[in-house]
Ligand binder design. Structure first.
Ligand code: AMP
Ligand code: MG
Length: 400
């Protein structure tokens, strides 16, 4: 058996050995979720000019503090309008985001002045130079790197690019990922369910997971349990896909045809990974396509995608791969008969910061995923008692 960490490292190394995916330029509005193919540097200083953080009055701090009389308001500077140089002995009305006029160095907020009946201004508290002034380049300097290659772009990342004037981003073209389910017992939602049949839940799940990573997904349908049909389906997919994902049919039973079909078409390794749920995992190649075969049980397929397929796909896209870290939390449960494999339980962090686990941990029970918020990562053969520390990985981190 392979350890999970070894399996992940092998997959990442394999992905890095593949031909690099093409790069394309996309406008900002289409960049969310894409993987940056280059570092991005700011085209400007941010802010590009000293500006006001408040609606108020701008002047010279020492003059405003020492004025014996209320001060004249000599101009009005709204956002988007450069003012005139400040006339000595006066202040200017100014609004949030408007440029500080030359000569001035501090903004007093409008709540901190008294306006006289003839429209003059008197401060109620002293003011320091630089007060309420957002200084030029206070956030970013022109030429400074703001995002690095491999970054999966968040909405804030895209906004940051816009704020520094970058219009087009060079991003990695997503791999085409074909998704198969397999099994004679599977029917599609909308079809009547005969005795002994179940609905195909893995395929839409895996399509969604791959799509959420930014991959170009192709629904390849459900493979029947025959070697001929499986071979034909996989051969066809290998012509159009960079990566082929299957689920089910990778154990050692005689109804498991995926293994035989890949051996007919290309090369295959069948890994036993020391993780529960999800032991069997197929990794192979058909022509130029990589094949990854996940277990059939829905929770095992879901977990295997997150643990193994996800880092592989991220590595193919040259994306930064952040190892799962989770948080240290207190166990609100006993787990006294641990498995000899590393085990992932579905659970959630309650309001007290204590981790509770779902009552049904069987790998066929999909609702244990939807009714929980994260994974408890348990070391092999290590019993856990209520009150001990465990590692909890929120789903936001697991599948982000
Ligand atoms: P297998 O590895 O093909 O023997 O499948 C293991 C278990 O997972 C069996 O109970 C299958 O019925 C179930 N299974 C396989 N594929 C799917 C699927 N696409 N959706 C739901 N359950 C599945
Ligand atoms: Mg099957």
């Amino acid at each position: 058996m392979k350890s999970l960490d070894d399996a992940i490292q092998i997959l990442i190394a394999q992905a890095r050995r593949c031909d690099r995916l093409a790069v394309e330029g996309v406008p900002l509005g289409s960049a969310f979720g894409r993987v940056l193919a280059e570092d991005i540097a700011s085209l400007i200083d941010v802010p590009a000019y000293d500006n006001s953080q408040m609606d108020g009055y701008v002047g010279i701090a020492v003059e405003m503090n020492n004025a014996l009389e209320p001060m004249e308001v000599s101009q009005r500077i709204p956002a988007g309008h450069p003012g005139e140089p400040l006339r000595s002995g006066t202040v200017a009305r100014i609004f949030t985001g408007a440029p500080i006029p030359s000569g001035a160095n501090a903004v007093v907020m409008q709540e901190e002045v008294v306006l006289t009946s003839d429209g003059r201004v008197r401060l109620t508290t002293p003011i320091a130079p630089g007060h309420n002034v957002r200084a030029r380049a206070g956030d970013l300097a022109k030429g400074q790197t703001i995002l690095t290659k491999g970054r999966r772009l968040s909405a804030a990342d895209v906004a940051l690019c816009a704020s520094v004037g970058v219009k087009i981003l060079r991003v990695v073209k997503p791999p085409t990922v074909g998704v198969f389910s397999s099994g004679d017992e599977l029917r599609q939602p909308g079809e009547p369910l005969g005795f002994g049949q179940i609905y195909d839940s893995n395929r839409p799940m895996i399509l969604g997971l791959a799509k959420a990573l930014g991959c170009q997904v192709r629904d390849m349908g459900c493979l029947p349990d025959t070697r001929e049909a499986t071979t034909a389906g996989l051969a066809e997919a290998s012509l159009h896909c960079d990566v082929i994902l299957t689920c089910g049919g990778v154990s050692v039973g005689e109804e498991d045809h995926i293994k035989a079909a890949i051996s007919d078409l290309g090369s295959l390794d069948l890994w036993k990974i020391a993780v529960k749920p999800g032991k069997p995992f197929a990794f192979g190649a058909i022509g130029g396509a990589t094949l990854m075969g996940m277990p059939g049980n829905p929770v095992a397929a879901w977990l295997t995608f997150g643990l193994l397929v996800r880092p592989y796909l991220l590595a193919r896209m040259d994306a930064e791969i952040v190892p799962l870290r989770g948080v240290r939390a207190v166990a609100g449960f006993d787990w006294i008969s641990p498995d000899s494999r590393r085990e992932f339980l579905r659970g959630w962090l309650d309001e007290e910061g204590v981790v509770q686990i779902h009552g049904r941990q069987n790998s066929a029970v999909l609702s244990s995923v939807t009714q929980s918020g994260g994974l408890v990562d348990l070391a092999a053969s290590t019993p856990i008692h209520r009150g001990e520390f465990i590692r909890f990985i929120p789903y936001t981190e697991f599948l982000s």
